[in-house]
Ligand binder design. Structure first.
Ligand SMILES: [Fe+2]
Ligand SMILES: [Fe+2]
Length: 169
């Protein structure tokens, strides 16, 4: 028979260590989303050229989705009794999404986006795996976010394919 403790699942007192670890995972995911928003804003403004327009529009849509992901991660941190960190804790990592030397270099942007999405996909799969049997709510939330990131990567892989078929990437 389940005790009161176990019926509280991840919110049980006895689960505090597991909760702490999940909060750490979610905090890193939160920062990844925030940095992606920054990178996608810059890369949706900087590019020049007719062909850049499709990329700009896609990134503008993605910015809203990544912002929504950051919010979801923050809200889940709070639900697990954590605190969403302040900006002074932020450390940038997306070297591959810095503005290219030449602002018509769309391939650089496309490859950077694919790298960011791939990093998110790898990391979110790790969170999903860790949550197995421990925290079904976080697991479901991250699974839904993972679905979005897979869609983002697939879209930009399609853009890259077009450049590759023309020998431009
Ligand atoms: Fe995201
Ligand atoms: Fe994404």
């Amino acid at each position: 028979m389940a005790t009161t403790q176990t019926s509280q699942g991840i919110l049980a007192d006895s689960q505090s260590d597991t909760r702490e670890h999940i909060i750490e995972l979610l905090t890193k995911a939160y920062w990844m989303e925030v940095e992606t928003v920054m990178s996608y804003i810059a890369n949706s403004i900087n590019p020049d050229g007719v062909r850049a327009q499709e990329i700009i529009e896609s990134l503008e849509t993605d910015i809203q989705e990544e912002l929504g992901h950051a919010r979801q991660y923050g809200e889940r941190i709070k639900e697990l009794y954590g605190v969403v960190p302040g900006s002074l804790d932020f450390q940038a990592e997306q070297s591959y999404l810095q503005p290219p030397d030449d602002q018509v270099d769309i391939v650089h942007v496309i490859k950077g986006v694919i790298e960011a999405e791939t990093g998110a996909i790898d990391y979110y799969n790790q969170i999903i795996e860790f949550c197995e049997g421990k925290d079904p709510v976080t697991q479901d939330m991250v699974t839904a976010i993972l679905h979005d990131e897979e869609g983002h990567r697939r879209l930009f892989e399609g853009f890259l394919r077009e450049y590759q078929s023309e020998g431009l990437a």
